[in-house]
Design a protein around this ligand. Structure first.
Ligand SMILES: *[C@@H]1O[C@H](CO)[C@@H](O)[C@H](O)[C@H]1NC(C)=O
Ligand SMILES: *[C@@H]1O[C@H](CO)[C@@H](O)[C@H](O)[C@H]1NC(C)=O
Ligand SMILES: *[C@@H]1O[C@H](CO)[C@@H](O)[C@H](O)[C@H]1NC(C)=O
Ligand SMILES: *[C@@H]1O[C@H](CO)[C@@H](O)[C@H](O)[C@H]1NC(C)=O
Length: 177
């Protein structure tokens, strides 16, 4: 059943195994909890190659657990989004499906990597499912900068798409309820 299986964690952990709306905006690997822990656990320090220090920080690092939690709580605090925690949500609720790093804009990245620019801000992109309406849709939202401060903002992700509002109608919500 949709409402009991569709939690953020299980969705991320077994994307292919779960019934889910056909939403073409789910195109990113997405944030997975404990990814860094897994890396740490699998590192055999006794045979590690010599370490090097990168001259620049990796500006494409996946969101950390703290960053993802920061974004989740920020979005949940916004009344206009009317979000329901995935654990409590049914098909008639608004939920966060996936959160991922929004890659820095190329000019900002090149400025940092090739010139003497400041490190680009960290921003997230969140795929939200708006089920609390007669015509459910999915929409990507830009959130940042992270960490969340009073200066952080959120708005629909439109600059990478061709549709004005970047809403994707979801027609098969009922098949999951
Ligand atoms: C908010 O979502 C709930 C379902 O989670 C829905 O019943 C309610 O009508 C929504 N409120 C608004 C203002 O859309
Ligand atoms: C990236 O570029 C887009 C399009 O110019 C702009 O709307 C957006 O605010 C930029 N993002 C950041 C984090 O600067
Ligand atoms: C890079 O920035 C630092 C700190 O702002 C400055 O001290 C340095 O002179 C700059 N180097 C170049 C090549 O612009
Ligand atoms: C955000 O604004 C509120 C009220 O203006 C203030 O109490 C709080 O300290 C601010 N938080 C940050 C992180 O600046």
């Amino acid at each position: 059943m949709w409402s009991s299986t569709f939690t953020l964690l299980t969705l991320l952990g077994s994307t292919l195994a779960l019934p889910q709306p056909k939403i073409s905006s789910i195109r990113r690997p997405g944030w997975r909890p404990n990814r860094r822990d897994l890396h740490t656990d699998s590192t055999d320090t006794s045979s590690s190659p010599p370490t090097t220090t990168a001259p620049k920080d990796n500006i494409w690092n996946v969101l950390s657990n703290d960053e993802a939690a920061d974004v989740i709580s920020f979005l949940h605090s916004k009344d206009d989004l009317n979000l329901t925690s995935v654990d409590d949500a049914g098909s008639w609720d608004n939920t966060i499906m996936v959160i991922d790093l929004l890659a820095p804009n190329k000019t900002d990245a090149l400025d940092y990597l090739d010139k003497n620019g400041t490190m680009p801000e960290r921003w997230a992109i969140a795929s939200l499912l708006f089920g609390a309406t007669e015509e459910p849709y999915a929409q990507d939202w830009v959130v940042g900068p992270i960490p969340i401060t009073n200066d952080s903002s959120y708005y629909p992700y439109t600059f990478g798409t061709h549709t004005p509002e970047a809403k994707i109608r979801v027609y098969d919500m009922d098949s999951h309820s």
